[in-house]
Design a protein around this ligand. Structure first.
Ligand code: PGA
Length: 240
């Protein structure tokens, strides 16, 4: 992984093939950012020279699991990283911390970097339970790993109330939480992971967010779908 800030675009379940072809024409691949397209389009992005990640992998190795994609298969396609534990999957696909922990292990074993997403609901934030929630997620999702593996784990702090809502924590809040995440993982394994922020990042607020020293990069949803906006975000982060 590069030493400078990581930029990862999570395309979620968006774009048709026609739109993918247009997208590729409008934004040049660059070592400074990754795209995580819907899996069926991965080869288009890989063949066009992009760094890619996958939005999910199976908790199993290979075999009779209709519709699933294994970590081994993702790596065989040239995929560098995987997003695991996104709140949308925890919520709509009922992914438990146990399943997430299995996926983390399979992915690390296959040689992918893991972007583990953690975050609190609005209710948890209002009840001052953010750190308890994150602590529980980190402990359960990252349990029983080899210390060496932590080098390949990146934690994305994504408050659920900030995803796709236009609401965003203050820089102080993000800084406090990212230090907290680093400390929890350091207590577990004696190593600090990189921490990304994600949730309602756009081409305007990125300038301010980019001032947070303890943040090692950004996970971008909606804004990565618009090549002009995504380019502006990448340029702003790179400029610093
Ligand atoms: P958003 O999504 O940028 O559209 O808020 C971020 C994410 O879910 O990773």
């Amino acid at each position: 992984m590069e030493n400078n800030k990581l930029i990862i675009g999570n395309m979620k379940m968006n774009l048709t093939l026609k739109e993918v072809k247009e997208y590729i024409k409008q934004i040049e691949p660059d070592k400074n950012f990754y795209v995580c397209p819907p899996s069926i389009y991965l080869s288009y992005f890989n063949d066009s020279g992009y760094n890619t990640g996958i939005q999910n992998v199976s908790e199993f190795d290979m075999g009779a699991y209709t519709g699933e994609i294994s970590a081994i298969q993702a790596v065989s396609m040239g995929v560098d990283l995987v997003i695991i534990g996104h709140s949308e999957r925890r919520m709509y696909l009922h992914e438990t911390d146990e399943i997430i922990n299995n996926k983390v292990k399979k992915s690390l074993l296959s040689g992918m970097d893991v972007i583990l997403c953690v975050g609190e609901t609005l209710e948890e934030k209002e009840q001052n339970n953010t750190k308890d929630k994150l602590n529980k997620q980190l402990i359960e999702d990252l349990k029983n790993l080899d210390k060496e593996d932590i080098k390949y784990v990146i934690v994305a702090y994504e408050p659920i109330w900030a995803i796709g809502t236009g609401k965003i924590p203050t820089n102080e809040e993000i800084s406090d939480i990212s230090n907290f995440i680093k400390q929890v993982v350091n207590n577990m394994y004696g190593l600090e992971p990189k921490v990304l922020y994600g949730g309602s990042i756009n081409d305007t607020n990125i300038e301010e967010l980019n001032n947070i020293d303890s943040i090692d990069g950004f996970l971008i949803g909606g804004a990565c779908l618009k090549p002009d906006k995504f380019k502006k975000i990448i340029e702003t982060v790179d400029k610093k």
